[in-house]
Design a binder for this molecule. Sequence first.
Ligand SMILES: Nc1nc2c(ncn2[C@@H]2O[C@H](COP(=O)(O)OP(=O)(O)O)[C@@H](O)[C@H]2O)c(=O)[nH]1
Ligand SMILES: [Mg+2]
Length: 203
Amino acid sequence: MINFHKATFLAGFSKYEQIFNSNYIEFAFWGRSNVGKSSLINALTNNKKLVRVSKNPGCTKQINLFNIDNKIVFADLPGYGYSKVSKTDVISWQELIINYFKMRKQLFMIFLLIDSRRSLLEIDEKMIEWILYYNVKFFIILTKVDKITNLSDIIDDVNQKIDLITNKTINTNNFFNGIIAVSSINNININKFQQIIMNYSKK
Ligand SMILES: Nc1nc2c(ncn2[C@@H]2O[C@H](COP(=O)(O)OP(=O)(O)O)[C@@H](O)[C@H]2O)c(=O)[nH]1
Ligand SMILES: [Mg+2]
């Protein structure tokens, strides 16, 4: 068992060289800015103040690590797709993420958050191609499902698009590990998502 409520902030860093060393397996949360990453980490840990939920997108430019019950680590990665970011910021952000994917041995899986109202966008597909390039496992988290009524259509659409991406590259199929739809506001599937994380933590 993991007590998700026992969550503490470990460290934040904007350059990979500053990364905090840890021995726990790590799950990274990623997605477009404003997709609901911080809200989801707060819902999983039942702590509204653990991660700041922002009204203005694009403000997290660092990786933040959280210790969960001395068993696993959550990494909150900087969101992508926010247009009002300077070129130098984009470059340092890309460098940080690429180094993290390449070198973080503890990284077990990326939870790629997708806004269920928009499905998989072109920029998300590009990011999945990065994830596959660095051979990292990923799981799709559809967020804000309290806002939609056609969930099964969205799931079909996402599956089809990921099939197209993974078929382009050989041996990438087993990097895509599944889809879950959640709402951090209405607490939909938050327990189920915790179960999934606990199952992976045993491996
Ligand atoms: N309706 C709804 N809104 C959400 C949900 N999760 C997050 N939001 C809202 O989406 C906005 C961005 O959330 P945030 O967690 O800061 O996204 P981040 O930029 O990915 O960390 C905030 O206004 C949240 O209140 C959800 O499950 N349902
Ligand atoms: Mg955030």
